[in-house]
Design a protein around this ligand. Structure first.
Ligand code: ADP
Length: 284
């Protein structure tokens, strides 16, 4: 089998801007009891905190990886690293080439909805229609004056957060790639739509594609081929869902014990997962 994505012992840090660095030096000096005049700069204990530490994972082509973890644990940074925007300080990343990325914050450019999905690529009716259906956009288009040819511009139709999210997902899926990175694609969607899109688009339509999906939903973790759980930049767990239950029993039973966890909004799920990870990592 061919490797879809592999990380071997990867660590990375975001470069700190010079202003932040200067502020940090001043704080460190103050904490160490040094004077903080302009001529009193002491460079002590200055280090850049890694955002990701010793990450190992391996996906075969066509596999789905679910990336979960606490807030600020490095989930988006992991995707930025695959994109090449965050360069590893250590380790190796391998993947098979063309990447399509759907960012956490959806964006729309002026133009028609269709332009926003095609984003410069040629219109292929079959491909386009199956994606629109899988992203639950058909019914939305039926309500618009010119369907998907309705221009989105200032003073024109305003889209809901959920519509924007689904258009951005459709754009990422329309692009032909070897690896798809979907950063929290279900934010702003109601539970029913999230369920439909995960099933029809991420699992079925994209079944043969290598996928990296940032999500904290248990149902998604169960159906993913591999799970990576991040906490403070560390890999708290990597493996399958049954391995998670075996290797992290406290964490698993805490989360599985929260009734309706999967049926609350993605944002609140994130907070609960953060708190759960904090508790279990303190206990260890
Ligand atoms: P998560 O997606 O798990 O919430 P992030 O990867 O967004 O976590 O953030 C992890 C850490 O990296 C945070 O401390 C955040 O401030 C920092 N970070 C994220 N993106 C950037 C960036 N583009 N430049 C500098 N620091 C960043």
């Amino acid at each position: 089998t061919t490797v879809g994505l592999e990380m071997i012992n990867v660590s990375a840090s975001w470069d700190e801007g010079i202003v932040e660095l200067f502020e940090k030096i001043k704080r460190e000096n103050k904490a160490n009891g040094h004077l903080t005049g302009d001529d009193g700069l002491f460079f002590t204990n200055l280090y850049v905190t890694p955002v990701l530490k010793s990450i190992n994972l391996r996906l075969e082509e066509g596999m789905m990886l679910a990336v979960a973890g606490s807030t600020g644990s490095g989930k988006s940074s992991l995707l930025m690293m695959i994109l090449g925007e965050l360069v590893p300080s250590e380790g190796k990343i391998k993947h098979s080439g063309r990447v399509s990325y759907s960012p956490q914050t959806s964006w729309i450019m002026p133009g028609t909805i269709r332009d926003n999905i095609l984003f410069g690529l040629t219109y292929d009716e079959y491909r386009y229609t199956s994606i629109i259906r899988a992203c639950q956009l058909e019914e939305d288009f039926d309500l618009l004056p010119d369907k998907d040819k309705t221009p989105i511009a200032e003073g024109g139709v305003t889209l809901s957060g959920g519509q924007r999210a689904r258009i951005c997902l459709a754009r990422a899926v329309y692009k032909d790639a070897d690896l798809y990175l979907l950063d929290a694609p279900f934010t702003h969607l109601d539970i029913a739509t999230e369920k439909e899109i995960f099933d029809k688009c991420v699992c079925k339509l994209m079944a043969s594609k290598t996928r990296v999906v940032v999500t904290c939903k248990l149902e998604h973790l169960k159906r993913a081929d591999r799970i990576i759980l991040l906490h403070n930049g560390d890999c708290y767990f990597y493996g399958t869902f049954s391995e998670l239950q075996a290797q992290r029993p406290d964490f698993s039973s805490l989360l599985l014990g929260i009734e309706a966890y999967d049926n609350i909004t993605a944002e609140r799920r994130g907070s609960i997962l953060t708190e759960t990870l904090r508790r279990v990592s303190v206990d260890e």
